[in-house]
Structures are given as structure tokens and as C-alpha cells.
Design a protein around this ligand. Sequence first.
Ligand code: PHE
Length: 447
Amino acid sequence: MANQVGQEREQWGSKIGFILAAAGSAVGLGNIWKFPYVTGTNGGGAFVLIYVLMVACIGFSVMLAELVIGRRAQLNAVGSFEKIKGGAWPMVGWLGLACGFLILSYYGVVGGWTIKYILHSFTGLMEIAGAGNAGEAFGGFISNPVMVVLYQAIFMFSVIWVVYRGVGEGIERYCKILMPALFILMIILIGRSVTLEGAGAGIEFYLKPDFSKVTAGTVLAALGQAFFSLSLGMGCMITYGSYLQKDISLPGAAAQVCFLDTLVALLAGLVVFPAVFAFGVEPGAGPGLTFITLPGIFSKMPGGMMWSGLFFLLLFVAALTSAISLLEVACSYFIDKGWTRAKAAWTMGTLIFLLGIPSAISLGGGLKIGGKDFIDAAGFMTDQIMMPIGGLLICVFVGWVIKDIAKEELTNNGKLPLFAGFDAWVMFVKFVAPLSILYIFITGLKW
Ligand code: PHE
């Protein structure tokens, strides 16, 4: 397959390579850092249940729709819409590119925190946290602009490096090593967390639904979280789908990625909540839950330094494999236009790094937009506005505009039987997903 200037396009080496890369994109800070704290602030078990429903109904449908578009066109997010239909549709791709830019700008900041915390685990974090000062230490760190920007730069450099190496040699190769490593690390940490004394109360909070805490805002939060966690609505899965071989069955691949992502989010809750309750910490502590409460917990465990180092390494790995997919969305566009990979990765990576600086320094108390810290405002824009709108338009496009093409793509041009859930999926992309996104969006949106 050629790109828009006739050059040969890259492809994944194998199906499992694609699954791990797409799961690498999906599994990230969204699962390990955000999912537990959003669950904590939204009342626990009931949120978990709504979240899983969102993934199964809306998330899977949108993911499949994106893979259909990408594999059909074998081009980046903007080029795919241009090639398949044209008109105003490429705007959806542009919205995705902008969204990816914005997400990575602040994602890189939090990615930088993980590097700081891996190192800090071995250089005094345990003593500080043991004395009950993890909150001050975290506050001190994130309000020091020079340090935050420095670590953000190191993180962004790692991201650019992997993307620069390419689809097979970079993204796929690293994900194939890093994703299984992440899974093993996670299992070890769960083993530690659930065997702590008093862990039972945490498991109960996490798994026992209390619907009295559910509001329209909770449902929008679950929807936004599902989009963010599955990397949907912004062209990432279109881009990754565009490197897929024509003989791979898409519904199975989409289901596997959704399953792995949700599994890791659910497991992350099992690392965090038993420990949070075992040590009597507040589960609704918000974004600091991971960076403040967990070091406190680790400091009270034998070998805490090692557990802490391992945990933040896990968070770093997850963040890295997601960040590369965010950078790839923009790079893919320029590479299809004939840029070299090196030029695309360095130029886009540097621009995104610069765009992230306001987020990086906003936590020092400076930059605010409409009463929110810059970084929170950026997060709100992407998860609760841009991604749901992108997802909605992608569903409308696949369900209403290119339904017949989708059928061809889902059967690999008639070589495979149509998957059993096809009719249901069409109903979902045509009606259920767009209408529920719209409804949740209108009722739940609150700055
Ligand atoms: N899914 C990633 C996470 O959970 C974030 C992400 C969003 C990555 C959108 C790519 C695209 O952290």
C-alpha cells in the first residue's frame, strides 16, 4: 500500500503485534492513574459497573468503527476521511489531530512525574512519605516549574525516540516487551495489596455498587473515561488500524483490545483500593491518589522502596506506550504527505512539548482558565468534549455514510463470514451510540 505521495507505507509485523500496540495505546495513565481516582471520587462500585457497560456498548462499537475506517483507507486520520468520502468529513480527522496534540501536551507532564517518582522512590520518598509528608512533597514537586518541565522533556524525548524508530521497529517492538512486563508487575502488586491487613474494606468499596451516588455527571464521567481509556474518538485507532494487514478480522481484534484495556483498569483498582483502605486513606482524594497516598502506603510496607519503584515503573511503561500512539496520530499525517519519520517525530514532538509547558507550570498556582488549572481545563476539553464529539461523528460516518463499505471491510472483502453481532453493531453505530453520547453530553456537561 502506498501513501499519498506514492511511497510504501509501514505495517504491523503480526496480528499479536497490533493487539499489543493497540492495547499499549489504550492501557495508560487513564487506567492506572485516572481510573482509580475517578472511581474513588464517583462513589466506587456503581461507577465501575456503569463504566464497564459504557465500554461494552459504546466503546467497542466506536473502536470497531475506527478500525474499519483506518484499514479501509490505509491512511492517517485526516487522509482516511479524504480518501473514503471527502467533503467536510476530513474535519473529523482534524479534530482528532488537534485532540491528540492537546492530550499529549498534558499527558507528557504526568508522564514526567512518573519518571521523577521512579527515581524518588530510591532517594528519600519512603522517609518523607513515612513521616506523613507525601502530600507536601508532591505539592512541592509539581509547583516547581523547572523540575516539572525537565521531567516532561525527558518523557517526551523517550516518546519521540520510539516513534522515530517506526511502526514495526519502534512501536510494535517496544510494546511487545513492555505490555507483558506491565501485566506481570501488576499481578505482583495486586498480590501485595490484597493480602494487607484490612484490605477487605477496599475490595468492598470497589466492587459493591452504591447507586445513591450516581448522577448525570457520573454517567458523563464514565463515558469520558471510556473514550479516554480506549483511545477513542480522536483518530488513534484509525491510525493504528491503517497499519493493519487486510487479512485480519477486525471485530475480534477490537474485542481483544477492549477486553485487555478494561482488565487492566479493573486490576489497577485492585492494586489501589485494598491498600488505600488497609491504611485508612481517603479514597476520594482525587488526582493525588496515586502520587500521594500510594507512596504513603508503600512506606509502611517492608521493602517499600522496591514496591514503590516497581509501581512507578509500571506507570511509566503504561504512559509511554500510550504517548507514542498520541504522537503517531500527528506524525502519520505528515509521513503520508511525504515527510521523513525523523522530521515528523522531532517536529511534532517538540511542538507538543512546548504546548505542554502551560500545563506543566499551571500547577504551581499560576495559569488558570475559567477557574480551572490549565492542565485540568485541557483534560476537560479533550475527554468530555472533543473525544465524545469525535466518537459521535465517527459513528454517524460509519453507520450512515459508509455502511456498505464497512460491510466489505468487516468481511475482508467477502472472504470471511459476517460476524455474528453485525446487525447489533450497525444499530449501535447508527442510533444507540450517537444518541446516548448526545444525551449524556447534554445532561452531564458542567464546567
Ligand atoms: N488511552 C490512554 C490512557 O488510558 C490515553 C490515550 C488517549 C492514548 C487517546 C491515545 C489516545 O492513558
